[in-house]
Design a protein around this ligand. Structure first.
Ligand SMILES: Nc1nc2c(ncn2[C@@H]2O[C@H](COP(=O)(O)OP(=O)(O)OP(=O)(O)O)[C@@H](O)[C@H]2O)c(=O)[nH]1
Ligand SMILES: [Mg+2]
Length: 382
C-alpha cells in the first residue's frame, strides 16, 4: 500500500483550459477546431491535460486578449474544473498576459511559450539545449520589461521608482549577460558544424535536406534511405538536432540531413535560435519536402512549410515533394491521383517532382531514388 507521502509526490498532469480567437476578418489557415486540436497536442506534449477549450469570434485580440464576458465564463470553468493553467492560441504581449493572469488568478501561457516548452522537453544534445535556452531568454527579455511597464506607464513618481526600476535593470542585465554567453557557446558549435560541412562539401558539392511539418515522417524517410537510426516517433518535434549521413545511389554520392520540423505559428524566437540547426537546410542544394498526405490539412501544412522556407530565404532551392504515409490513405491509388492533380493544378510549378511514398512499407522509394538522381544530374553541381 503506498503511504500518503508517496501519493502526494506523484505529480499529476496539470489541468489546462485552451482559449482561442476565431478571427472574423483574417483568413485562417484552417478551422479553429484544427488549431485547437494542435494546441491540445502541444499541451499534452508539454505534460498537461487539456480539459476544455473556449473560443470567441473577434476581429482582433483585445487588451485582455478575449472580451470581458468570455473571461468571466473562463473564470467559472476554472473554478468548476480545478483548472491550473490557461493556454491561449496566439502570442500574447506582456501586458495582455499580465492582465489576463490578474483577472483569472491562474497561470496564463501563450502558444509561443508552450512550443518553447515542448522544445525544452525534447532537447537532448548540448546544441539543442543551448538553442532552447536562447529562445527562452529571448522570449523572456521583453516580458521582463513588461512586468514593470505598468509602473513605467504611470509616468514615474511615488511608488514607481527605486526598487521597481532597479529590479528591471538587474533582471534585464542578468538575462542579457546570459544571452551573450549562450550566443558565444552557440557560435563555437556553429563554427565546428561549418568546418564539418565544408569538409563534406569539399568531397562532394551536393547535399540534401529533409524538411516539412512536424510528424510528417522526415526521420522515417531518413532512416529508410540511409539505414540510419534517428528517433522517429508519433509525437510533435521528435527531431530537434539535425543529423547528416552519406547517401549513395547508383554510385552517386551525396549527403542527406534530417532537420527540425515546422508548425503553424512557429515562434520567430525559435526560428532564430535554431538557425545553426537549420543551416543544413539553408545550405542544401536539394530539399525533400515531406508531406503527411493522410492529414486532412496536408495542403495547409504544405503552405505553412512553404512560408517558413520563404522566411528562411530557401524557397528557391530545387525541391522534391514527397506525399508520405500513402499506406494510410483509404483508397490508395485514387486518393494519390486526386492529390497529385490538386497539388499540380493549384499549388506548385508544373516541373516540380512529386513522389508518393510510404516510409512504413517502402512504397515509392525506388522512384524517390531515381528522382534524386535526376535532380543530381540536372543540377549540374552534383
Ligand atoms: N503509417 C505510416 N506511418 C509513418 C510513415 N512515415 C512515418 N510514419 C510514422 O509517423 C510518425 C512520425 O514520424 P517521424 O519520422 O518521427 O516524423 P518527423 O517528420 O521526423 O517528425 P518530427 O521530428 O517530430 O518533426 C512516426 O510514428 C512514424 O513511424 C508512413 O509512411 N506511414
Ligand atoms: Mg524527426
Amino acid at each position: 500500500m503506498p503511504n500518503k507521502k508517496t501519493i502526494d509526490t506523484i505529480s499529476l498532469p496539470e489541468k489546462v483550459l485552451l482559449a482561442a480567437i476565431q478571427y472574423k476578418n483574417k483568413p485562417q489557415k484552417w478551422p479553429i477546431s484544427e488549431s485547437l486540436s494542435e494546441l491540445a497536442e502541444l499541451a499534452r506534449s508539454a505534460g498537461a491535460e487539456p480539459l476544455l477549450s473556449i473560443t470567441q469570434k473577434l476581429n482582433k485580440p483585445s487588451s485582455t486578449y478575449l472580451g470581458k464576458g468570455k473571461i468571466l465564463e473562463i473564470k467559472n470553468k476554472i473554478a468548476q474544473n480545478k483548472i491550473k493553467t490557461v493556454i491561449v492560441d496566439d502570442e500574447l504581449n506582456p501586458s495582455q498576459q499580465k492582465t489576463l493572469e490578474d483577472k483569472l488568478k491562474v497561470k496564463v501561457i501563450d502558444r509561443t511559450a508552450l512550443i518553447i516548452d515542448v522544445f525544452a522537453r525534447r532537447a537532448r544534445s548540448k546544441e539543442g539545449k543551448l538553442q532552447v535556452d536562447l529562445a527562452q531568454n529571448e522570449y523572456l527579455l521583453p516580458r521582463l520589461a513588461g512586468q514593470w511597464s505598468h509602473l513605467e506607464r504611470l509616468g514615474g513618481g511615488i511608488g514607481t521608482r527605486g526598487p521597481g526600476e532597479t529590479q528591471i535593470e538587474t533582471d534585464r542585465r542578468l538575462v542579457r549577460n546570459k544571452l551573450s554567453k549562450i550566443k558565444n557557446e552557440i557560435k563555437k558549435i556553429q563554427s565546428q558544424r561549418r568546418q564539418q560541412r565544408a569538409l563534406r562539401q569539399s568531397n562532394n558539392k551536393n547535399s540534401i535536406a529533409l524538411v516539412g511539418y512536424t510528424n510528417a515522417g522526415k526521420s522515417a524517410i531518413f532512416n529508410r534511405l540511409t539505414v540510419g537510426n534517428v528517433i522517429e516517433k508519433n509525437q510533435l518535434f521528435s527531431t530537434l538536432e539535425s543529423t547528416t549521413r552519406r547517401l549513395k545511389i547508383n554510385n552517386q554520392h551525396t549527403t542527406i540531413s534530417d532537420t527540425v520540423g515546422f508548425v503553424n505559428k512557429l515562434p520567430p524566437v525559435l526560428v532564430t535560435a535554431f538557425k545553426t540547426t537549420l543551416e543544413d537546410a539553408s545550405e542544401a542544394t536539394l530539399l525533400i519536402h515531406v508531406i503527411d498526405i493522410s492529414s486532412r490539412y496536408a495542403i495547409e501544412r504544405y503552405q505553412i512549410v512553404n512560408d517558413t522556407l520563404e522566411d528562411l530565404n530557401i524557397h528557391k532551392t530545387p525541391r522534391i515533394l514527397l506525399l508520405n504515409k500513402v499506406d494510410l490513405l483509404p483508397e490508395k491509388y485514387e486518393t494519390i491521383n486526386f492529390w497529385l492533380q490538386t497539388i499540380k493544378e493549384n499549388y506548385i510549378e508544373q516541373k516540380t517532382v512529386i513522389v508518393p511514398t510510404s516510409a512504413l512499407t517502402g512504397y515509392g522509394f525506388s522512384k524517390l531514388k531515381k528522382s534524386i538522381l535526376g535532380k543530381i544530374k540536372k543540377g549540374g553541381t552534383y
